[in-house]
Design a protein around this ligand. Structure first.
Ligand code: GLC
Length: 427
């Protein structure tokens, strides 16, 4: 069944690209890492591992940047039963990919899982099988230009979407005197998984539920959700550039990091890139929780990645050993200090060097307590992927003005009924 589903997913996602070439030697293992998941630190770690384990060769290849495209690449590996020994799993995938992955408990994971947040271990566990070791966690954050807030007389970051709109409008108006292309707010508005997280954050921040409730009812067609989507559609061409409906993480980061917008919604990895030498916004920004809607409170979408081993791997023991090495406290510390990838190892949030490199981790710990998860583990629902595609397409049609929020949510509700067979309820 799962195999069929993935083949269908593959057919739906035509824009994949093959970048992986398997190496033949026995002692060679391979890992594929998404282009914005810190490939350099993986190369460093592989180097270190190979020095410690002569005779082992680790091939590191770079996969797609966006999660949807990575999934399409993997579908091909699963279909033809060959590909990298280690792949990274988005926290939303374990349910959909369970049939294709090895259980890391069979390779000694119980000795190393204790250091990690139990909730994150749980999210990679399906029917008692540990499908991936947690590698880094993610939470949606508001990046803001602290220099500009000060320049325009604002005391601190916006606590509500109303405040964000007011600040974005004022800063944009002022900055346009010198920079006609300056905008207030950028986010991930492209029709893809990232929009699912952004829109879930908007809606949950206005007490509009989480698309499908934890109890397994479709709750998305409600007034609070419609109100937030209507609001977001109004951002376009007012405080957000029209191009934002094509932006994923990196497009938003490039736009904002170039100094072209006051606010940005993005993940923790942006922090070290935006603060790097030569970045136009280095030292001029800070991070805050995302704003609250009029009827709700601030929430951060929960993301993150683990490392797992597809069942086609010919070298699972060695691959598992390298997975445990990459996800170890030492390696997570390296990735946190060099690239601000948020650890899944609990005590790194008390580590002085990690905190010195990422002062925002003090807030992040609290933000991680107010996260909202996508409905990827509703046991009675069919593939999460189809739920998400229906959701982001509906939201995208509202952002582009093709449909009103009310129309889009009505259609989405019945699409989700067909896709999942779940009942409809209020959030
Ligand atoms: C980040 C998150 C991941 C999410 C993706 C959406 O990579 O970690 O969970 O699915 O963004 O674009």
């Amino acid at each position: 069944m799962k195999m069929m589903r993935l083949t269908v997913i593959l057919a739906m996602l035509l824009n994949f690209g093959m970048v992986f070439a398997q190496e033949a030697e026995n002692v060679t293992i391979s890992i594929m890492v998404g282009a914005s998941s810190g490939v350099d630190t993986v190369r460093q770690a592989a180097q270190q591992y190979m020095e410690q384990n002569p005779g082992v060769t680790i091939g590191v290849s770079e996969g797609s940047e966006r999660t949807d495209d990575l999934l399409a690449e993997y579908s091909l590996f699963f279909d033809r039963q060959s590909g990298p020994d280690i792949i990274q799993l988005d926290v939303i995938w374990p349910g959909d990919l369970a049939a294709f992955m090895l259980d890391l408990n069979d390779y000694g994971a119980e000795e190393v899982i204790e250091a990690h947040f139990p909730a994150i271990i749980d999210s990679y566990t399906v029917d008692g099988k540990l499908l991936a070791m947690p590698w880094f966690t993610d939470a949606g954050l508001l990046y803001y230009r602290s220099d500009l807030l000060e320049k325009y007389g604002f005391d601190g970051p916006p606590a509500t979407w109303d405040e964000l709109e007011a600040m974005a409008t004022a800063i944009q108006e002022g900055e346009r005197a010198d920079n006609p292309d300056f905008w207030g707010f950028v986010f991930q508005g492209r029709a893809y998984e990232g929009l699912t997280v952004n829109a879930l954050e908007w809606i949950a921040s206005n007490d509009g539920g989480t698309i499908i409730s934890p109890e397994g009812a479709i709750t998305i067609n409600n007034d609070n959700a419609a109100e937030m989507l209507t609001r977001a559609a109004n951002w376009i061409d007012n405080i957000s550039p029209e191009a934002v409906v094509g932006f994923a993480e990196e497009e938003s980061r490039n736009f904002w990091q170039a100094g072209r917008a006051a606010f940005m919604r993005n993940w923790p990895y942006v922090y070290s890139l935006a603060n790097a030498e030569g970045s136009p916004v280095a030292g001029k920004f800070a991070i805050a929780p995302l704003p609250a809607g009029p009827l709700g409170q601030s929430v951060a979408g929960l993301g993150g990645w683990g490392l797992g081993i597809p069942s086609y791997s010919q070298n699972p023991e060695l691959a598992a050993d390298f997975v445990f090495f990459l996800t170890s406290p030492e390696m997570q510390k390296l990735r946190a200090t060099e690239s601000s990838f948020a650890p899944t190892v609990q005590n790194l949030y008390q580590d002085a060097e990690v905190l010195a490199a990422n002062p925002f981790y003090n807030d992040l710990r609290e933000i991680l307590n107010s996260t909202v998860a996508r409905p990827s583990d509703i046991s009675s629902a069919s593939s999460y992927r189809f739920i998400s595609i229906a959701f982001f397409q509906a939201v995208h049609s509202v952002l582009t003005g093709e449909r009103t929020a009310e129309e889009a949510l009505e259609i989405l509700e019945s699409d989700l009924e067909v896709i999942t067979g779940l009942p409809i309820a209020s959030p």
